[in-house]
Design a protein around this ligand. Structure first.
Ligand code: M6R
Length: 616
């Protein structure tokens, strides 16, 4: 939450910082601001409520003086409404320091009272402003911004990334991070700071990952890292393996449309090199030996939102393939209920961003309880993989749209790999089935591409449903998490009441929501094999139809039974039941995007949301 950019170099800082903010806007978009340090020792600030475009328009009308050093911020409000005065940067009382912040300073109330008692006048309702005033006071002591930041961090509690500039030091940006992301970009005589690498991907792919409780100083000479204890330290260098094109819309109207279309490739990339010619899953990179996998007697999956839905699907797969008990829990609930964990528990943390605070806290709790943590993440260098015992990266490439699409499908692919690997190293009873599933998994990208080629009818159904005041989604088995995911997509994009239900639960209450014409999207399992499941959902379709629902069924191609009962059908290629979510989720993504477009919503940046949720 909140995008942060810092720059020192030879270029125009306003251009670099605005470019970075454009690429980070998905992290928060209720206000934006910039502070530039001029060579003659002044800090110029402009900040505006609303999207970054408001700030850009203001700067076009009233340009700031030339500068090669600056910081910028795009905000997701926590303390104080989105407004010009609450937008970052915030200044110290003497105006000589400007500071931006991502996170929550939990002891801000106490610090604010102390500063006010000393005569400091506050200009905003934010928690951030206390850090600006504290930094101003500490900087006045010795004129060393890094030392001042070190002393300030010792007083702050909570989660924070801070970046600051000082008027007297026109070539330096100092950053600090605790429980909140910050990476360094390494250019030639120029250095960057960003909440993630997207901030500087136009300029360099070489980066440094910072650790917990570290302070970084960039100037024209280079980068210096130290701990909050003042001791010199080092970050971990890495190269970004995607380029600027990945962060552009590439001819699509929205990032979400582009990312939906990238799914076959993203899934293929996630599988690439991880299944050998003998059909064995090779997960050498995860830093867990086969014996480690054999020692596991219980799996817990923790995640939030869409990633949680990937976890729910995985539970069905892991329990079936391995016979190891698997629980799935919302990360935000996990540590508060004292789950039973020990050395033989594997906790799988799924997070696209690798920064979600709820998931990070669940990971830390699991590690405290001595459980082994394997994270599945899309973001190299992010906090959750760094703090996990093992990591399996999805290879979706940067996902910019707030609504997750390709991240979800690649998480499923990675989770299937983990489940199948567990099954292979433990030697299980369904060995033939596991080997057949692997063939199907490899074939999945082609089938996903086929689903994407045939989305026109989905778009038409979405437009027809745009007048409805609610849409319900029902499913059984792995179709149930897909129903939850379809409803989440529609809620976040269209701001419409949408709910996913286990189809069998409808009769226990939710069926009273059905009125004449209520769209009900049913995720129908294959009629082959598990026909009992198919029969049951056909009954559920009949129950809602009898009460006036308009049923749109997502079913396997050639499923004549479903076609005979549903009002409309969306066909997907045949697939084993456990892998079907790779296909059935896709039309629901498109349905949500199209319906939201029909309602005039902002597809890539839905209201009130942010891509990376770094507060609890
Ligand atoms: O980065 P993460 O995977 O940890 O994010 C978890 C959720 O915040 C995320 O999946 C969210 O639910 C999506 N916006 C849904 O489309």
């Amino acid at each position: 939450m909140c995008g942060i950019v810092g720059y020192v170099g030879r270029r125009s800082a306003v251009d670099v910082v605005l470019d970075g903010l454009r690429r980070l806007e998905y992290r928060g978009y209720d206000s934006a601001g910039i502070a530039l340090v001029s060579a003659d020792g002044r800090i110029e600030v402009d900040k505006r409520a609303g999207k970054l475009a408001n700030l850009e328009a203001a700067l076009a009308e009233h340009p700031l003086p030339e500068s090669t050093c600056g910081i910028g911020h795009t905000r997701w409000a926590t303390h104080g409404v989105p407004s010009d005065r609450n937008a970052h940067p915030h200044r110290s009382a003497d105006g000589r320091i400007s500071l931006i912040h991502n996170g929550i300073i939990e002891n801000f109330g106490q610090l604010r009272a102390e500063l006010e008692a000393n005569g400091v006048e506050f200009l905003s309702d934010t928690d951030t402003e206390v850090a600006a005033h504290l930094l101003g006071r500490e900087y006045a002591v010795d004129g060393d911004l890094t030392e001042a930041m070190t002393r300030v961090c010792a007083r702050l509690e909570g989660a924070f990334t801070l970046l600051a500039v000082a008027a007297d030091d026109p070539d330096t940006v100092v950053g600090a991070r605790r429980n909140s992301p910050l990476v360094v970009g390494l250019g030639d005589g120029e250095y960057f700071l960003g909440s993630d690498v997207a901030a500087f991907i136009s300029y360099t792919t070489e980066a440094i990952e910072l650790g917990q409780d570290q302070i970084v100083t960039i100037d024209r000479e280079g980068v210096a890292v130290r701990g909050f204890d003042g001791q010199a330290s080092e970050g971990k260098p890495f190269s970004v393996d995607w380029d600027i094109a990945a962060a552009e819309k590439g001819g699509y109207d929205t990032f979400m449309a582009k990312e939906i279309h990238e799914q076959p490739q993203a899934v293929a990339d996630t599988l690439r090199g991880r299944i050998d010619e003998a059909g064995q899953i090779v997960l050498d990179e995860v830093r867990m030996s086969d014996q480690d996998f054999r020692d596991i007697d219980k799996v817990f999956i923790v995640a939030c939102g869409t990633s949680y839905h990937a976890g729910l699907v995985t539970k069905y797969a892991i329990e079936h393939w391995t016979r190891i008990p698997c629980e799935v829990e919302l990360a935000s609930e996990f540590r508060y209920r004292d789950p039973v964990l020990d050395r033989s528990t594997l906790v799988v943390a799924i997070s696209q961003s690798g920064e979600t605070m709820d998931t990070l806290m669940a990971v830390r709790h699991a590690k405290d309880q001595k459980a082994r943590v394997l994270s599945i993440s899309n973001t190299v260098g992010s906090t959750i993989p760094r703090e996990s015992d093992a990591v399996l990266y999805t290879r979706a490439g940067i996902e910019v749209a707030v609504a997750s699409t390709k991240a979800f499908l690649t998480q499923l692919a990675a989770c299937y790999l983990v489940g199948l690997h567990l099954a292979q190293v433990r030697g299980i009873k369904y060995a033939d089935e596991v080997s057949a599933i692997l063939d199907e998994l490899v074939a999945a990208p082609g089938k996903i591409a086929k689903v994407i080629e045939n989305l026109d009818p989905v778009r038409e159904m979405a437009r027809e449903s745009a007048g409805s005041d609610r849409v319900l989604f029902i499913g059984r088995h792995v179709g149930y998490p897909v129903a939850l995911e379809g409803a989440l997509k529609l809620k976040e994009l269209a701001y419409l009441h949408a709910e996913g239900f286990a189809a069998g639960e409808l009769k226990h209450g939710p069926i009273s929501l059905i009125e004449a014409g209520t769209p009900v999207i049913a995720i129908v399992p294959s009629p082959r094999g598990r026909s009992l499941l198919h029969d049951k959902i056909i009954s559920n379709i009949q129950e809602v139809k009898a009460r006036g629902a308009k049923v749109i069924a997502v079913c396997e191609e050639g499923d004549k039974i479903t076609a005979a009962h549903a009002d409309l059908v969306i066909e997907t290629p045949a697939s084993p039941t456990l892998l079907a979510p790779l296909l059935t989720a896709v039309p629901l993504q498109e349905f949500a995007a199209e319906l939201a477009t029909a309602l005039g919503r902002d597809i890539d940046q839905p209201r009130n949301l942010a891509k990376s949720v770094t507060v609890e």
